[in-house]
Design a binder for this molecule. Structure first.
Ligand code: FE2
Length: 259
């Protein structure tokens, strides 16, 4: 499995706090069946001013340490990028890392409470440059929890969406779990990632979340969210995504119970 979103680099955001913790996170991930981790520290202007260069240096160092510890995880350079108007210029200047080369993907974090008013224009501006935003954990976003149709609009505009594995198992509470399930039922989720921050809470494991997703969308579709889709993203080729399901046709728990 490929984990596309993981705060595994030490000391540069609110994720891992030490090299030891980073190595331990990789060990936990490998034991869970993860082969590849995209290191995605926050890039949040004024708070976490990380750049492609600073992230790459830490990825190289961690790769060396994993080799020494005989932990077989391939690391990739990425970032969890706060969406704001300067994102496009940062990507063009290569100070903000993207995944893939021909088609490029940007791991994009929205402000947690509200939708940025110009978000659809920004998705469009990115797409003009063949950059596809991957909206991280919409199920933990207040506006999209209340109204999943906001996510459908972004997906219709060309964005992808990543659910956090822990949301599917209830780690982020019932509201996030319900929202995640609803988004899965409507085919609005394309990726499952750990968004891990350490070894205690928010750990780098995908398997329990994968099982929870499989119960909703089926085994094959769930596996694509941790294998085929992230593999296509790293390769820089288009991700094959399912057609969103009309909410009026989406099957809820009760209809499944009585069908
Ligand atoms: Fe994150």
């Amino acid at each position: 499995m490929i984990d596309l979103h993981c705060h595994i680099l030490p000391g540069i955001d609110d994720g891992s706090r030490s090299w030891d913790e980073s190595v331990e996170m990789a060990r936990i991930a490998a034991a869970d069946g993860i082969t590849d981790i995209v290191a995605t520290p926050h890039i949040t202007p004024g708070l976490y001013d990380n750049t492609t260069a600073s992230i790459s240096a830490l990825v190289s160092e961690l790769a060396n340490r994993l080799a020494t510890a005989d932990i077989r995880i391939r690391l990739h350079v990425g970032a969890d990028v706060r969406v704001e108007p300067n994102v496009v210029s940062g990507v063009e200047a290569a100070t903000i890392p993207v995944l893939g080369k021909r088609v490029r993907y940007l791991v994009a974090e929205l402000p947690s409470q509200m939708m940025p008013p110009n978000i659809r224009e920004l998705v469009y501006a990115l797409q003009l440059r063949q950059i596809i935003p991957i909206i991280t954990h919409p199920e933990r976003h207040a506006s999209m929890q209340q109204d999943p149709d906001l996510l459908r609009q972004l997906v219709a505009a060309g964005a992808l969406a990543q659910v956090t594995a822990g949301s599917l198992t209830g780690e982020f509470g019932p509201v996030a779990r319900r929202a995640a399930n609803k988004m899965l039922e409507r085919n609005l989720i394309h990726l499952i990632a750990t968004d891990a921050h350490g070894t205690q809470k928010r750990r780098p494991v995908l398997t329990p979340g994968l099982a929870a997703a499989a119960a909703i969308v089926g085994e094959e579709a769930a596996r694509a969210m941790v294998l085929d889709a992230p593999r296509a993203i790293l390769a820089g080729v288009p991700v094959v995504i399912p057609e969103p399901v009309d909410p009026s046709l989406a099957r809820g728990f009760l209809s499944r119970l009585f069908s």
